[in-house]
Write a protein that binds this ligand. Structure first.
Ligand code: ATP
Ligand code: MG
Length: 712
């Protein structure tokens, strides 16, 4: 079983793996710890990761990046609409109101969903983990922004399935960072917690959380975010500044030219990084457009003036997280900054002024999320033993239920109001709630966001509908216990629906009265009992009107009905009394979820991904075979004049040299883009001439020592 943590950023992805000696961030094929979260499409194959990034300048229209901005969104989402001009690729509205990404691939225009493209990014990260671990990777934990909606979470799960991954948890990036920080702290207090604020500014968004740490435990107290404030927004400020400047100075309109825009944006990102370490920075791009070389220059202070409106926005998520935590500033023990977008010195100044203390950078800013996710995966997996550390994450959006008819009772027994909140803002993840409905037949309720103001504009409040039934109660209204779960991914589901029925039976009485496990309706029959799957019917015995002493419970906290019957059977008394017996009958639950792929479509996408991956593999193997021909040409040419020169006749050398030269020319001309089998045949053709010569030389060498033995 694999233990892997994946951080998929808007710009880059990081892969963590657990080994017996600890957590490692692993290297990709180019020996880098960060892999571009990109996919590039060409006529012959896809390129993933670093290879995709390499082709982004040459092939910007077919290179997809920032997939995290598109995932699980509707095309009309105003935030997405604002992003559109940043994408060099074509994005349109899909038939279902979602997003369709159009690229030229395998000789034709094809469209992909963001879920499919994220599936490709994930399968690339998966293969990096597999190459490092030398095993198949399936189980993992994947980081997601805390502000992700239900739709985005479901899309992530679908993308993971397309990549052949099984996430044990979609973990909030904020909690992953806090875990990576806390688990290695050996000096955490036993009682009074310490409070740490984590600020993550990435490529496209900002997230903040306030965490309380005690020995063996972390608890998220408050969260804040800005979905659209990250490093790329600072690049954009520079981009517009220089685009304007070049319009005046060079009379070129960079914005109108996608390739020139792409190059200027990339140059601005570099410039921004230089400005983080230097008070000024130059910009120079050769042949940007209309064959003009451009030059520019900017001082850090001027950049900060230009970026003032962005810098102003950094404070709001800090204030929100702090307010939610209900902590005064002086209770904040430390501020930790992560995410590479936060390297801008002005941001550091804002944080220091706000918290009245210098922010720390003790965590590895680009790796902490992957590390936190890997730790969480290790904790959830039976393969590794990890230090006991409880992660109490918080869910940022309140979830309510809506139904027709009378309101249910919550587990605490209070009467809920229509559209009542089942999971409050900041509710621990995961959580379950038990509700009791009184209904005569199949009924439906909706799960929805109780408040949409913190969600992307236009997000539908409805998460899903749940139909409970059919069932036939033995009285006018049946009592139904509905167990609702906010699962480890932050997704809402109905875990079980149980019809609770009482019936009267005649049972012997004597021992029952003394029996310690006999129970009333008020006993923990309501106990959240795990694993009531299938159609199992459970029975409990109730004795009406009888007061019992506090009863000991069986191992799982529930009195065992079997025990009771055993005791009852040993009772020899003939006396009988009418007692109530409780039957628990599982009732079917049908979910109509908003979003996520239907199983058949998901399966189709899985097969497609397999097909694309196969095509990529064929292309890689073709490249290998072509390289083998090329390598043979150079190698043999040298050998003919060195190692093999005593074993080859002039005619042979002449013939093979000519053939090698012809092959080299062919490789650069008509043979440049051939199939794998053509390259294999070509190599064999050359070897037919070359092998006999090499054989001769080998034989001679083998004979050598024998000859020398004779001499002595
Ligand atoms: P997100 O968290 O939004 O999903 P991500 O995790 O890919 O995205 P990071 O890798 O944390 O983002 O940060 C990438 C951003 O950091 C880019 O915008 C990059 O330009 C910026 N960045 C990297 N180094 C520096 C630097 N030295 N100074 C300023 N910005 C930097
Ligand atoms: Mg990030």
């Amino acid at each position: 079983m694999s233990v892997v943590g994946l951080d998929v950023g808007n710009e880059t992805g990081v892969v963590g793996v657990a080994r017996q000696r600890g957590i490692d961030v692993v290297l990709n094929e180019e020996s880098k710890r960060e892999t571009p979260a990109m996919v590039s499409f060409s006529d012959k194959q896809r390129f993933l990761g670093t290879a995709a990034a390499a082709s982004s300048t040459m092939n910007p229209k077919n290179t997809i990046s920032q997939i995290k901005r598109l995932i699980g969104k509707s095309f009309s989402d105003p935030e997405l609409q604002r992003d559109l001009h940043l994408f060099p690729f074509v994005v349109t509205e899909a038939a279902d109101g979602g997003v369709a990404i159009h690229v030229h691939y395998l000789g034709e225009t094809r469209s992909f969903t963001p879920t499919q493209v994220l599936g490709m990014v994930l399968s690339n990260l998966k293969s990096i983990a597999e190459k490092n671990l030398g095993t198949h990777v399936v189980d993992c934990v994947i980081g997601i922004p805390v502000y992700f909606t239900e739709l985005q979470r479901r899309a992530y799960l679908d993308a993971a399935a397309i990549a052949g991954l099984h996430p044990l948890r979609l973990m909030h990036e904020t909690a992953a960072t806090a875990l990576a920080y806390g688990i290695y702290k050996t000096d955490l207090p036993e009682t009074e917690p310490i409070h740490v604020v984590f600020v993550d500014i990435g490529h496209a968004s900002m997230q903040v959380c306030v965490a309380a740490f005690k020995k063996g435990q972390l608890k998220i107290l408050g969260q804040g975010f800005d979905r659209s404030l990250g490093g790329r927004d600072f690049d954009e400020v520079l981009f517009h500044h220089f685009a304007e400047k070049f319009k005046e100075e060079y009379k070129i309109d960079v914005v109108s030219n996608p390739r020139a825009s792409h190059r200027l944006r990339a140059a601005c990102e570099k410039l921004k990084k230089v400005l983080s370490a230097n008070p000024m920075a130059p910009l120079s791009i050769e042949c940007l457009m209309e064959e003009k070389d451009v030059r520019g220059f900017i001082k850090r202070e001027d950049f900060e003036k230009l970026a003032y409106p962005l810098l102003e926005r950094v404070k709001a998520p800090l204030e929100k997280a702090l307010a939610e935590s209900q902590l005064p500033l002086d209770k904040i023990n430390a501020v930790e900054v992560v995410g590479s977008g936060s390297r801008i010195p002005a941001i550091n100044r804002i944080l220091a002024a706000f918290f009245k203390k210098e922010p720390g950078r003790t965590l590895n800013a680009s790796e902490c999320i992957a590390r936190g996710c890997t730790l969480q995966c290790a904790m959830l997996s039976p393969t590794f033993r990890v230090r006991e550390f409880e992660v109490q994450d918080a869910f940022p959006f309140p979830i309510a239920l809506a139904w027709k008819g009378s309101a249910p009772e919550s587990e605490e027994g209070d009467q809920s109001h229509p559209n009542s909140v089942v999971f409050i803002k900041g509710n621990p993840v995961p959580s379950t709630k038990m509700l009791t409905f009184y209904r005569s037949g199949t009924f439906v309720f909706d799960a929805m966001y109780a408040d949409t103001c913190e969600l992307p504009p236009g997000t539908s409040a409805k998460i899903g509908s749940f139909s409970i039934g059919p069932f036939t109660p033995n009285s006018e209204k049946g009592k139904l216990k509905i167990k609702i779960r906010l699962n480890l991914h932050g997704i809402v589901s109905v875990e079980s629906a149980t019809l609770i029925e009482e019936e009267e039976v005649e049972l012997p009485v004597n021992k029952v009265k003394d029996h310690p496990q006999a129970r009333t309706e008020a006993s923990p029959m309501e106990t959240d009992k795990e694993g009531t799957g299938g159609n199992k019917i459970e029975m409990d015995v109730d004795i009406g009107g009888y007061e019992h002493p506090a009863q000991p419970l069986s191992e799982n906290g529930v009195p065992s009905s079997e025990d009771k019957f055993q005791n009852l059977e040993t009772d020899s008394s003939k006396e009988a009394v009418k007692k109530k017996r409780t039957k628990r009958i599982d009732v079917p639950v049908n979910e109509v979820i908003v979003g996520g792929l239907p199983q058949a479509d998901l399966q189709k996408s899985v097969e497609k991904e397999y097909e694309y991956a196969l095509q990529d593999r064929i292309m890689e193997e073709t490249k290998d075979k072509k390289n083998a021909v090329e390598a043979y040409v150079y190698d043999m040419r040298n050998k003919l004049y060195e190692k093999l020169q005593d074993y080859v006749t002039d005619t042979e050398r002449e013939e093979l040299s000519t053939k090698l030269q012809q092959t080299e020319d062919w490789l650069y001309e008509e043979g440049e883009d051939e199939t794998k089998s053509v390259y294999i045949a070509k190599l064999e053709e050359l070897k037919k001439l070359g092998d006999p010569i090499e054989e001769r030389q080998k034989e001679e060498e083998a004979r050598g020592p024998v000859m020398s033995e004779l001499w002595y």
